[in-house]
Every structure is written in C-alpha cells, then in structure tokens.
Design a protein. Sequence first.
Length: 233
Amino acid sequence: MKKTILLLVFFLTTKLLFAHDCLPQLAKCPIDNTEVKFCVYGPSAAFGIFTDFQLKVDIDDYYEVQIKSCPKCHFSGFLADFKVVYNDKEKSEIKGFLSKYNSIAIDDVKECQIAGELKEFQKESNDKIGNCFLIGSYILKIRPNKMEIRKELQNKARHYFMKAVADKEYKNPNELASINYLIAEMYRRTADFKNAIKFYNVVVKNPKKSPWIEEMVVIQKELAVKKNEINTI
C-alpha cells in the first residue's frame, strides 16, 4: 500500500497517471508449482480517481487481475507474492492454512480475501494486509447486490490501516495524511460518522498534508456531517 499511496499522491499532484494495456505473464505457485496467469499492464490513460482512491481506468478488470489464486492450492497474492521462495516447512504450513478454502467457490473478490487472510497468517505488515481487503472492496464498487460484503472488506481494510498507523509503518507525512483520510472514508462509508469526522479532523490538522487532501476532506467531511454513507463515489 505504501507504493500505491505514493503513486496516488503523484497522480493527484500531476493530474496524470498511466494505467496499462494487458500483457499476460505466467507465474508458478510457490507452494505446488502450478502455473498461474497474471495480467501485467503497459501504458494507457487513467482519467481520475474515486474518493476512496480507487482509480478510474478504461480497463474493465483492472483490479480483478491485481490479485490471483493458484487453482490447485489457492495460494493467493500479487505477482510479487508468487515470486517468494519458501522452504519445505513453510510450504507445508501455508498449504495447511489454505486447506480450509478447498470446498468453497473462489472468485475475484474471494481471491483478495484469501490473500489478506494469508498475509495475516504469515504476519506480514498491516499495510500489505489492508491493501488486499481494499482491492477486494474496489472490485465490488459496481456490484450493488454485494454492498454488505464491500462494507465488510472496507472495515477490514480500515482496521489494518489503523494498525499500520499505530505501528508507524508510514514514514512520509503526505502518505500518513492520505492513509488517515482513507480511514475516515472507510468509517463514513460504513456509517460510523462520529469516527469519520474524527479522522477527517486529524487530516485537517496535519500541517504537512498535500493541498489535494485538504480539498477532498472538506467535501467528504460534509457528507459525514450529513450522515451520508454513499459508497459508490
């Protein structure tokens, strides 16, 4: 998430970001060597962002292909996660953890959930865990019949971003302001308006925040004051 937030800060500062054209890339599952196909992107236009930092791109499955799962053992993660080398003991432990997913249907959102839960099991950074759940919530933005699941993922993302802040995982002041804003948004979108306003105020009081953050906070805090939990913007 650190790299993601810094990229978003760059985008919001320059008003320009390059999304990508899909270039298939094959990876091997680090647990059982099963082949998994990823989509790596080359340059194309992104035309904005939503107020939860989700990019507006001209690619229908942009977020769906960020996290993939092994069809055999259900190891899930980003392309970089599939390049990690594990010893035999670690492979056995991970395979045992993943066995609970053997009898459930796996879709693009479930892949994100599994990736987040696997990172929980592996005790990875709170930021990395939160990012998996956040991406899952992005996928559900345009699926109104899945709104409750979207809110569950937003709550999980918020929980881990708050832990990341508490553990001082963010060193850049602009990045910290961005994360606190995102925490406020996750609270507002799940109808916890009191805490949303609290975190919007934290951002407002940050003297090193970027100008674009201040502009967004004014608008989004007003929604929280009006108890508006709109979750599609």
